[in-house]
Design a protein around this ligand. Structure first.
Ligand SMILES: [Zn+2]
Length: 298
């Protein structure tokens, strides 16, 4: 079944649990895309991409330097369109010891596609990653967490194409469902199992917030994020963080966006790199497999 299904661990004794949790590795994931890879915004349609200023190489290399300095390896979910244009960047990611997964080819929401279109896009992304030197792609993250109750069929397509882990289903109302499990778990499909690895959320102010990614991660003081990571770890769950190179851009281009997307993309970018640095040094992180290998059953 591959490494994702290794060690289903459970601890019952408190002391044993504390020992295990000390060794518990959290997962750092990076969605490698351009600042203009935002779904559903007409001026940012793919036809416009070649004319927009590219920032992905500079910002991803900045992040690679940060991770090198912190001694952290991560999983990089790379957009196929980016891999095709910057194969050298993919090679640098691999040479630094990171894992590579797919973030689709055209960065479209999965629930806006049908099964055939999603299968074609997924296959194209695997081909472009392979051409850049990243073979045996087995982990996927959908753009904008777009595998949810509207598109669960996509998990079957992933299994069909040899994927063993998906990190697309967020336990958060606006993009997913708060009833989704918060720890990694095995999902059954008609074509076989796949490990689902959700991103870190936390209960704050009577709401579930995206503590491990997006505005929730950028808004929160590092001490708060670290506390929520520790809380997940005490409960036996590795925390999964998700970041984007464009969040670290010292000179980010911007376009007018509808309010929800504006918040998701532009809220509190100021000083994020410094806060992230503190978080990365405050807990232990590895690639997605760190969390996926602890999957229980749903
Ligand atoms: Zn994305």
């Amino acid at each position: 079944m591959g490494p994702w299904f290794r060690g289903i661990q459970s601890t019952t004794h408190n002391q044993q649990s504390a020992i295990n949790n000390q060794q518990l590795l959290n997962s750092l994931t990076v969605d490698v895309e351009e600042w203009f890879h935002i779904c559903g915004v007409p001026p940012l349609r793919p036809e416009a991409w070649p004319r927009l200023p590219s920032r992905v190489e500079q910002t991803t290399r900045l992040l690679l330097d940060e991770l090198d300095a912190a001694g952290i390896t991560a999983t990089f979910f790379i957009v196929g369109w980016v891999a095709e244009r910057y194969p050298g960047l993919v090679r640098s990611i691999l040479e630094a010891g990171h894992d590579v997964g797919s973030h689709s080819f055209w960065h479209r929401r999965v629930y806006d596609l049908d099964r055939v279109a999603f299968a074609d896009d997924l296959h194209a992304s695997v081909l472009s990653l392979g051409a850049a030197g990243a073979s045996a792609i087995t982990a996927f993250r959908a753009p904008e967490w777009s595998i949810n109750h509207r598109s669960e069929w996509a998990l079957e397509v992933l299994v069909q194409q040899g994927f063993t882990a998906d990190a697309s289903m967020a336990p958060l109302k606006i993009v997913g469902d708060v009833s989704y499990p918060r720890g990694a778990y095995v999902r059954s499909t008609r074509l076989g199992p796949i490990v689902e690895v959700p991103p870190l959320v936390a209960d704050r102010f009577g709401h579930v917030i995206p503590m491990g990614w997006g505005w929730g991660l950028r808004m929160s003081p590092p001490a708060r994020v670290l506390k929520e990571i520790e809380r997940a770890n005490v409960e036996g769950r590795p925390a999964v963080l998700a970041i984007h190179p464009w969040e670290l851009d010292p000179d980010p281009p911007r376009v007018p966006l509808p309010p929800g997307l504006r918040f998701a993309h532009y809220f509190r970018l100021d000083g994020f790199l410094g806060r992230l640095r503190t978080i990365l040094r405050g807990a232990s992180f590895g690639p997605l497999e760190a969390a996926a290998s602890r999957a229980g059953s749903s």
